[in-house]
Design a protein around this ligand. Structure first.
Ligand SMILES: *Cc1c(COP(=O)(O)O)cnc(C)c1O
Length: 369
């Protein structure tokens, strides 16, 4: 059988009773939307991050859309982000009518090159949207300074970085708002779609609660527009509550997998993930790099091991964003990385013997290059 790059079935087998009990408890509660499980998860998720408020939503993309709206981003405003990200980061900026402006990434960590951000600020810039990509935090200190100097909002895309820390600060606790996804593959994953926004500001949390509920504060009466229906349902919230109690165990599992790769793949010519000083990486994906990626991927496929590319196309080169006017060569580091990066099987329930098979196959394949 082909070894998948991500899989939840081992985990489900181990947690089956708890997950099914979560589902049953919601079904028996008599309340399927915005009930005790959503409220409970929101307060527990906020507490995990050291305080503030959590407003759950239906997915990570809408978490970004609502977060951008809640901090005041308006149509025509510019939002500075990266092109080396999951496309939804940029889809969300576009969905609020704002204009994405890209800076390049650091050639070692593949994260936003924060030194380029001040130069990208114009009089139309309204927000900065760094992405804690692959499970590692962007250095937010210079961005906070830049945001304060220019009166800009700072919104963190934490969809890949649940529990990650930099200099002791947990992802999502610094910005004016932080968006999370609970898509099943994520570090904290639901059994379906889910998302949340964290914020330390009461007025932002109030705005978010209206935005996800048609613009209403109370039933049937619209207070503000625009409105959305963007709620997390009770079943997913209850599952997430149970899984949140195990988040630190999942993080330890991911780090153990990463450590075994680092040891097993040393000397193969693969460029392994670089962890910036002060970072606690959570390894949402384990991204490596090699100039002969296509050969390696083909040979691994022949050995029944699937790999993935996160992501094969920089967002600024996609047809759907052609109207932004970027040209090949505009973001050289991002474009170069997209030709060489690929990711290895990574999830906390990856069995050591399966991982050993990946390492041995990679050693054999790279040996012949
Ligand atoms: C997954 C992801 C999103 C979108 O989350 P969904 O829940 O799939 O809508 C946004 N940004 C990043 C960086 C992601 O990885």
């Amino acid at each position: 059988m082909t070894l998948a790059v991500w899989d939840y079935l081992n985990e489900f087998e181990a947690e089956r009773d708890d997950i099914l009990d979560a589902v049953e408890s919601v079904f028996r509660s008599g309340r399927l939307i915005l009930g005790d499980s959503v409220r409970g998860f929101e307060s527990e998720f906020a507490a995990y991050h050291g305080g503030g408020q959590c407003v759950t939503v239906d997915n990570g993309t809408n978490a970004l859309v609502l977060a951008l709206r809640a901090v005041g981003v308006k149509p025509g405003d510019e939002v500075i982000t990266v092109s080396n990200t999951a496309a939804p980061t940029v889809v969300a900026i576009d969905a609020v009518g704002a204009v994405p402006v890209f800076v390049d990434v650091d050639r070692d960590t593949y994260l936003m090159d924060v030194e380029q951000v001040p130069k990208a600020v114009t009089e139309r810039t309204r927000a900065l949207l760094p992405v804690h990509l692959y499970g590692q935090c962007v250095d937010l200190a210079p961005l906070e300074k830049c945001a304060r100097a220019g009166g800009l909002a700072l919104v963190e895309d934490c969809a890949q970085a649940h529990g990650a820390r930099r200099d002791g600060r947990i992802a999502g606790s610094t910005g004016d708002a932080a968006a999370f996804s609970f898509y099943p593959t994520k570090v904290l994953g639901a059994y379906g779609d889910g998302g949340a926004v964290l914020t330390g500001r009461d007025e932002t949390a109030d705005a978010l609660r209206r935005l996800r509920y048609y613009g209403m504060e109370n039933r049937y009466y619209v207070e503000t527009t625009p409105g959305h229906n963007s709620r997390l349902d009770e079943v997913q919230a209850e599952i997430l509550r149970r899984k949140l109690t195990r988040l630190d165990t999942y993080l330890a599992g991911r780090r153990a997998v990463a450590d075994r790769y680092a040891e097993g793949l040393a000397g193969t010519g693969l460029v392994l993930p670089a962890v910036a000083p002060g970072n606690d990486h959570v390894y949402y994906v384990y991204v490596v790099r090699h100039p002969q990626r296509e050969v390696i991927m083909r040979e691994m496929e022949r050995r029944s091991i699937s790999l993935n590319i996160s992501y094969p196309w920089p967002v600024h080169t996609m047809r759907g964003f052609a109207h932004l006017g970027y040209r090949p060569g505009d973001l050289p580091v991002t474009e170069h990385l997209a030709e060489e990066i690929f990711s290895l099987p990574m999830y906390p329930s990856l069995r050591p013997d399966d991982q050993e098979r990946v390492i041995e196959a990679l050693r054999e394949v790279t040996d012949r290059l």
